[in-house]
Unconditional design. Structure first.
Length: 438
């Protein structure tokens, strides 16, 4: 049974138009500004720099609220540390503390990952923040598109469209970007990216507490597209490993929650508006699930010829790669064994994709507060993903889960991007309705 559709083409049109220009910045390539204002780099283990350019030890006591974290489970790794503080010319209202932190890679190996802590430029460690937003980023392919390299479009949109500047946002780069840029990204691998996000949140809280920042208990978990998948994965990891970590609300949009079913849908439909993402998924699962499938059994043509320089080099955005691929027809770049659902290659790939499904195999907390948003004509992530996840969550007894699925505003762009406009509108409206100006 479908969830309530509470947002239609006529709903909050003014808000959607307000953020449309900003959303259009989100989906194409987003590059780092050339003239950021940086503070001095903070070396590992130096506690005499509070991360925002002010040297000297803070005399503000660490806060209460959500500051207490479990003991770090990543024994043997370096401790997290802030690398620099930066204000980008493109985002003058945002101050960013870039940091690295201990986590785990795709095979559970210890790694140091990177991310950024974002707050209003006027926030200081003397004032009490409202709480945290764990922001999980969407699909990127280019090295310079990750949060710690200045890709802050979503954070900027949230700050501009909702008067709640008391929140601090934490964004992980995920494995394969930032500190681990030399490795293939673990694209759409929820277990890997969700752990990266949770570990980033825990490390950020510890770093900020050490510098005297204080905050309240509110904790939002937000993401669209790959970020929507990661947001639900965050709930799974928190449920299974961090019982004291609770989210005020999770807002997830356009996520690929069941990639095995998505695989079938792609083959049935025969095309996708983001063909580069299909290749990224197949490469990541083949590599990190150790399937050992030869590249020639998955790809063909120019795609096969350019895996290294188009994808692994991280020189190009997904938009640029799509143009170079030249076709949205899956049969033009997928090899015959992938196109045959009964082939050994397809069976092995689908088994790996099934292992990352968020629509089965875990027990969510029944008191979660979840909003799912999806465009019913999504041309990149089939809408069946949201329906399967909604049905699973309800079957598991989660009472406060709402699904808003509709044919949202048509703006002459991808329906997946139209869904992003609707999603951000709802996020901004919900925050406006629930939090006073601080």
């Amino acid at each position: 049974m479908s969830g309530e559709v509470a947002y239609t083409k006529r709903g909050h049109v003014w808000m959607a138009l307000l953020i449309l220009s900003a959303v259009l910045l989100v989906m194409p390539s987003c590059s780092r500004d050339d003239d950021p204002i940086r503070s001095e780099v903070t070396p590992p283990g130096n506690d005499d720099n509070n991360g925002d350019g002010e040297k000297g030890k803070d005399d503000t006591e660490p806060g209460d609220g959500g500051n207490t974290e479990p003991e770090d489970k990543n024994d043997g790794l370096e401790q997290a540390y802030i690398t620099d503080s930066v204000v980008y010319a493109k985002y003058p209202l945002l101050k960013n503390l870039n940091f690295v932190y201990p986590s785990k890679g795709p095979q559970g190996e210890p790694v140091m990952l990177s991310g950024t802590i974002t707050m209003g430029t006027g926030m200081t460690h003397q004032q009490r923040a409202r709480g945290f937003i764990l922001y999980n980023h969407y699909t990127i392919c280019k090295a310079s598109e990750c949060p710690s390299r200045g890709m802050l479009d979503m954070q900027n949109i949230i700050y501009l469209t909702a008067p709640y500047r008391g929140f601090i946002t934490v964004s992980a780069d995920y494995y394969g970007f930032g500190a681990t840029e030399e490795h293939m990204q673990a694209y759409c691998m929820a277990s890997v990216n969700s752990r990266a996000s949770i570990d980033a949140l825990r490390a950020a809280k510890k770093l900020l507490a050490e510098r005297g920042y204080i905050w309240g208990d509110d904790l939002l978990n937000i993401g669209y597209s790959q970020g929507g998948q990661t947001s639900i994965g965050v709930l799974k990891v928190a449920t299974e490993e961090y019982p004291d970590l609770h989210f005020t609300r999770t807002l997830a949009g356009g996520g690929s929650y069941d990639l095995e079913e998505t695989y079938r849908q792609y083959l049935t439909n025969g095309s996708t508006e983001l063909p580069s993402a299909v290749v990224s998924i197949l490469m990541a699962y083949n590599e990190y699930c150790q399937l050992g499938i030869p590249a020639s059994s998955m790809f063909k043509g120019t795609t096969l010829d350019h895996l290294d320089d188009w994808w692994l080099s991280k020189k190009y955005s997904s938009t640029e790669i799509d143009k170079m691929m030249g076709s949205k027809d899956i049969t033009t770049f997928a090899a015959d064994p992938l196109l045959d659902l009964d082939s050994e290659v397809s069976r092995r790939m689908m088994k790996a994709l099934s292992g990352e499904s968020l629509c089965r195999g875990w027990t969510p907390r029944q008191d979660e507060n979840i909003l799912l948003v999806h465009h019913e004509s999504d041309d990149i992530v089939p809408q069946v993903n949201a329906q399967l996840l909604y049905d699973f969550l309800k079957a598991q007894g989660v009472q406060n889960v709402e699904m808003r699925m509709a044919d949202y505003l048509t703006l002459g762009i991808s329906e997946h991007v139209n869904g992003a406009v609707a999603f951000l509108t709802m996020v901004a409206q919900w925050i406006r309705d629930n939090y006073e100006i601080q």
